[in-house]
Design a protein around this ligand. Structure first.
Ligand SMILES: [Zn+2]
Length: 165
């Protein structure tokens, strides 16, 4: 088994996730991949990778009951590999979501959706709610500003984020 083995690419990750669900024939793995990507992977994308996983000790291969077709199953090391992969992927997805997040200019709360936009001195500011916007503007003595909704719905209740002032 090689240290730090990491599956590269979406197809390989999906192959591992398919195996994580249980024993699979090669075609079952291909179907699982197709269900997610909408495209059946080629044998060349699947079988060499499965062979490599077997060589590295992550997958065990048996013959099925017909004795003709191979069944692939993750070993304990394989399960750990998949769990590690899932963890790393969640980290990546979190970072992507995080990078799309906006923070309220008044209270600093993360805004996943909604909130209000205010044009202040040519700058666009975003707030979690109109209370935060009003609070921010009041603190700076700005009397006139146009508040626009930033999108439909608010992530949190306005009671929770009442301005501190
Ligand atoms: Zn706020």
């Amino acid at each position: 088994m090689s240290e730090g083995f990491k599956p590269r690419g979406l197809i390989r990750t999906l192959i591992l996730l398919s195996l994580y669900r249980g024993k699979r024939h090669g075609y079952g793995i291909m179907e699982d991949v197709e269900r997610i990507t909408g495209k059946k992977p080629s044998a060349g994308e699947v079988y060499p990778f499965l062979q490599r996983l077997e060589r590295e000790g992550y997958v065990r291969v048996e013959k099925d009951r017909t004795g003709r077709r191979k069944v692939y199953e993750l070993t304990d090391a394989g399960r750990l590999l998949v769990e590690d992969t899932i963890e790393r992927m969640s980290g990546i997805i979190e970072a992507i979501v995080e990078s799309k997040l906006t923070v309220c200019a008044n209270c600093g709360v993360k805004i996943y959706e909604g909130g209000v936009e205010v044009e202040v001195e040519g700058r666009k500011l975003v707030f979690c709610c109109e209370y935060c916007a009003a609070n921010y503007l009041a603190k700076r003595g700005i009397v006139e500003a146009v508040l626009r909704p930033r999108g439909a719905g608010r992530r949190h209740d306005r009671e929770e984020h009442r301005p501190r002032a």
